[in-house]
Ligand binder design. Structure first.
Ligand code: NI
Length: 427
C-alpha cells in the first residue's frame, strides 16, 4: 500500500448511488478518505482527472490467469473433449516458471483493461501466481485447482500450504480460497475432505458449478441428484462459496444458492463460446443472489476483458428473456465492480466511497466512442472498450498512469512468456 496521499482532481466520479459528479478524490494510504473538493493538498501527489471517468476497478470473478499460455491453442471443442484431449495433457507439462510467465502476461492484460482484482483457480504452483500479484500490485483471490480423481490428498495439501504461506500477504491484497474444480472431477467424499480442510482454516471455496448439461446428466446418473444437492450434502457450501458458471440450475438449486449465500461468477463469454448455455441472470437477481462477472480462462474466452463480459452479460440476458430491463445499465456495470467485489469476498472494495479501498480506474473520455457524453455510464457499458483505460490505482498505488505500466515490464514479460510457449508447444 502507498503511505502517501494521492489526489485525483476534477474527474467525473461515479458514486456508489450511480450519480456522476465532477469533483476530487482524496486517497490516504490505501483508502478513499474524501470525495469532494480538496482545498489543502499539501505534498500529495496529484493526478489530473479532467476528461476522465473515475470508476471502481473491475473485479474478474472467475479466471485461470496462467491459461493465457493456451490462448488459441484449442478452440471449438466440447468442454470434456477440450479438457481431456487438449488442455489437461499440456497442463501436465507446465513448470512453475510457465505458470509465472502466464500469470504475468495476464496481469499486464488485466491492468491495461481496467481490472484491479481477480479470482483465480489453477495449479500446481499457485504460489507463482501469488508472486505475480505481489509484484504487479493487483488484488488476487487465489485457489489451487483441485482435481480429486488422482493424487487428490497431495493436491489438497498444496492448497493448505498456499493458504498458510500467502493468505493475507502482499499488504493484504491476497486472499486464498480452496479450489475444488467441479463435481465431475471431485467425488463427494473428496469434497468432504476439502470442506474439512477449508473449514479448519476459515477459508472459502471457489468451484465450477452446473456449467454444461452433460455435467448435470452425469451427476444425476452417478448420484441420483443434481450437482447443488450433492455438493450441499458434503458441507462444502458451509465454508462460503464462489460458484462459477451456474448455467443449468433449477429452482431447487437456486434455493440452495440463496439459502447458503453462494455468490455466482457469471461467465457469458465463455458460456457462449463453448456453447454451454445461458445462466438465468434475472432469476438470480430476483432471488437477491450476488452475481459478479468473470472471463474464465483465456483459452475459453479468449481474453481477460471484464468490460466485454459486462456488455455480453447484459445483452445476453436482454435477448434471452426478451426483457430490455432484465439488466439495467448500472446493474450491468456493478456486476464488474460492486457485485464482483462481493462475489469474491472483498467487502471494502468495488465502490468509490469514503472508507473503501482506493481501487480506481480512470477512463479517458476523449475518444470518439465517448462522444457525445449524455450519459457516461451508458457510454462505458455500451460503447467504450478497454483502450480507453488511462490510469489504474490499487490500494492507493498507481499501477498504470497514462497507459504506462508502473509495476510491470511488458516487453520483458512478453519475451519470457514466449519462451514458455515455445518450451510447451514448440511455437
Ligand atoms: Ni473456469
Amino acid at each position: 500500500m502507498s503511505d502517501k496521499n494521492l489526489i485525483i482532481e476534477n474527474a467525473q466520479v461515479l458514486k456508489a448511488d450511480g450519480t456522476v459528479e465532477e469533483t476530487d478524490i482524496l486517497i490516504t494510504g490505501d483508502k478513499i478518505s474524501k470525495i469532494g473538493k480538496v482545498e489543502k493538498s499539501g505534498n500529495a501527489t496529484k493526478i489530473d482527472g479532467r476528461g476522465k471517468f473515475a470508476v471502481p476497478g473491475f473485479v474478474n470473478a472467475h479466471t485461470h490467469a496462467s491459461m493465457t499460455l493456451l490462448r488459441s491453442y484449442s478452440d471449438d471443442k466440447p468442454l470434456m473433449d477440450w479438457l481431456q484431449k487438449d488442455i489437461w495433457p499440456i497442463e501436465e507439462k507446465m513448470t512453475a516458471q510457465d505458470l509465472y510467465n502466464g500469470a504475468a502476461l495476464a496481469a499486464v492484460e488485466m491492468i491495461k483493461s481496467g481490472t484491479t482484482a481477480f479470482a483465480d483457480m489453477y495449479g500446481p504452483y499457485m504460489e507463482e501466481v501469488a508472486k505475480v500479484v505481489e509484484i504487479s500490485g493487483l488484488r488476487g483471490i487465489l485457489s489451487r485447482g483441485l482435481i480429486g480423481l488422482f493424487d487428490g490428498d497431495k493436491k489438497l495439501e498444496t492448497n493448505v500450504e498456499l493458504y498458510k504461506n500467502w493468505h493475507g500477504k502482499a499488504d493484504g491484497r491476497i486472499t486464498v480460497m480452496f479450489g475444488p474444480h467441479a463435481i465431475y472431477t471431485c467425488p463427494p467424499d473428496y469434497l468432504k475432505k476439502v470442506a474439512a480442510a477449508a473449514g479448519r482454516l476459515g477459508a472459502e471455496i471457489h468451484i465450477h458449478m452446473n456449467e454444461t448439461r452433460t455435467e448435470i446428466n452425469d451427476c444425476i446418473k452417478n448420484y441420483g441428484k443434481r450437482p447443488f444437492e450433492v455438493v450441499e450434502e458434503t458441507g462444502l457450501f458451509d465454508c462460503g462459496t464462489l460458484a462459477a458458471h451456474c448455467v443449468w440450475i433449477d429452482d431447487k438449486e437456486i434455493e440452495i444458492i440463496r439459502k447458503k449465500n453462494i455468490r455466482v461468477a457469471h461467465n457469458p463469454g465463455s458460456n457462449m463460446k463453448l456453447a454451454s448455455g445461458i445462466a438465468p441472470l434475472k432469476k438470480l437477481f430476483e432471488n437477491n443472489v450476488v452475481v459478479g462477472v468473470g472471463t474464465d480462462g483465456a483459452s475459453s474466452n479468449n481474453n481477460l476483458d471484464v468490460l466485454e463480459e459486462i456488455r455480453l452479460g447484459s445483452f445476453l440476458e436482454k435477448v434471452s428473456t426478451l426483457d430490455l430491463l432484465a439488466v439495467p445499465t448500472f446493474e450491468a456495470l456493478k456486476m464488474g465492480t460492486e457485485y464482483g467485489a462481493k462475489a469474491v469476498g472483498l467487502h471494502d472494495t468495488g465502490k468509490i466511497e469514503e472508507g473503501y479501498k482506493a481501487d480506481i480506474v480512470l477512463w479517458d473520455m476523449s475518444g470518439v466512442e465517448w462522444q457525445p457524453c449524455y450519459n457516461p455510464i451508458s457510454l462505458l457499458v455500451y460503447s467504450a472498450n478497454s483502450s480507453s483505460v488511462d490510469t489504474v490505482i490499487v490500494d492507493g498505488k498507481i499501477l498504470m498512469e497514462k497507459r504506462e505500466l508502473k509495476t510491470l515490464d511488458e516487453e520483458k514479460i512478453i519475451a519470457e512468456f514466449k519462451k514458455s510457449v515455445n518450451s510447451l508447444t514448440g511455437l
